[in-house]
Write a protein that binds this ligand. Structure first.
Ligand code: BGC
Length: 356
């Protein structure tokens, strides 16, 4: 009796070995079977809910995920939350996502000089972080090899914004149209984004320095922070208009929303001059304003490519894989998308791309 039971168990064990070998072979003889990925959980933390450009980056992230889910047999959870401009709130949000076992964090810092709260938690839990749009200081980024940054080079946007202006000023007819008081100097106002933001500091100085270095004379009438926001820019511009009722020949804005806010104010105040107005980003509303010649130009900040690149990286890092070869890393850490010039002459191409 005992012997028969022993024989049966031996038979059963041999059968199991044969079956498991067969199933391993079905999974692809010679290649190790890959565990099927069921779900990748990506948390996206933004500095605020109301930023036009950042929202356009996150829209492209969501689109990328939905498309990837169709292509691969995978479920991607993407959760997007704003921090209402509080770094402490964002630190708490990061902690909660880590506790909820999110695989990777994509962080648009509130205060780009204060990344340590998030980095400490990420390192301790082994959760990779891709910072975007608001660039942490390099000392923070180099604290761990699973920290990255995706954005664009601020000086390039300042240079290209200056190029739009110097191209116009180099044409004598256009110069005369801008220099309405005919004194050979362009009186301008500057609308800046946010104190401490890399894109405000660098865009402002590089743009004006490049115009002066190109041989043109500038006179700054006013310089105001409007926090990237159309309504704040409109209010600040109204104050500038009150101070300089006939002098403003040019408005240089660190982004399109503020350029559009300046235009709102000029229209509402029935400003007697038609200043040259330039922004940065190439938002749909700004493209339309360039097409209808209300704005004189903008610099394209590639939200689509930034959003898609962040997701390609997040999808890989969240599964414990390296950054894909298709993503071009600078110094093993940074991805910078190129800026480009938008004027009336090429705006249609950008409008067509928007509708793709
Ligand atoms: C964009 C702004 C945006 C800001 C937010 C900049 O790169 O040009 O429009 O408000 O980032 O951080």
């Amino acid at each position: 009796m005992k012997k028969t039971r022993h024989c049966c168990s031996l038979l059963l064990i041999s059968l199991m070995i044969v079956l498991s070998a067969a199933s391993a072979c079905l999974g692809g003889c010679g290649t190790p079977a890959q565990p099927a990925v069921r779900e990748v959980k990506i948390a996206v933390l933004t500095y605020d809910d109301y930023d036009t450009f950042v929202n356009s980056v996150t829209r492209h992230m969501t689109r990328w995920c939905r498309q990837k889910e169709k292509e691969d047999d995978v479920r991607i959870t993407i959760d997007i939350v704003g921090a209402k401009k509080s770094q402490l709130t964002q630190n708490d949000q990061a902690r909660n996502y880590i506790q909820d076992n999110y695989d990777v964090l994509c962080v648009n810092l509130v205060d780009r000089t204060d990344a340590s709260g998030i980095i400490d938690k990420a390192v301790a839990s082994g959760t990779p972080v891709i910072f975007f749009n608001r660039e942490p200081v390099s000392e923070d980024l180099y604290r761990w090899d699973q920290l990255y940054y995706v954005g664009a080079i601020p000086s390039q946007s300042g240079e290209l914004q200056a190029r739009i202006i110097t191209d116009a000023l180099s044409d004598p007819d256009k110069f005369d149209g801008i220099d309405v008081n005919d004194n050979g100097t362009i009186q301008y106002v500057m609308l800046e984004g946010e104190a401490g933001h890399q894109d405000s500091l660098v865009r402002t100085s590089v743009c004006t320095n490049s115009i002066v270095n190109a041989g043109f004379s500038l006179e700054k009438l006013g310089d105001e922070y409007a926090n990237w926001d159309r309504d704040q820019a409109r209010a600040k511009m109204k104050e500038l208009i009150d101070r300089y009722p006939f002098q403003i020949e040019m408005v240089i804005a660190n982004n399109d929303d503020m350029a559009l806010g300046a235009l709102d104010a000029l229209t509402e105040c029935d400003y007697p001059l038609d200043p040259f107005v330039v922004g940065i980003n190439g938002t749909p509303e700004a493209l339309e304003a360039v097409r209808t010649m209300k704005m004189d130009g903008s610099v394209y900040n590639d939200a689509k490519s930034q959003g898609e690149t962040i997701m390609e990286m997040a999808y890989a890092l969240g599964q414990g894989l390296p950054v894909p070869d298709t993503v071009e890393l600078t110094f093993d850490k940074y991805v910078f998308t190129p800026y480009s010039i938008i004027t009336y002459d090429n705006v249609q191409e950008y409008l067509n791309n928007e509708n793709d």
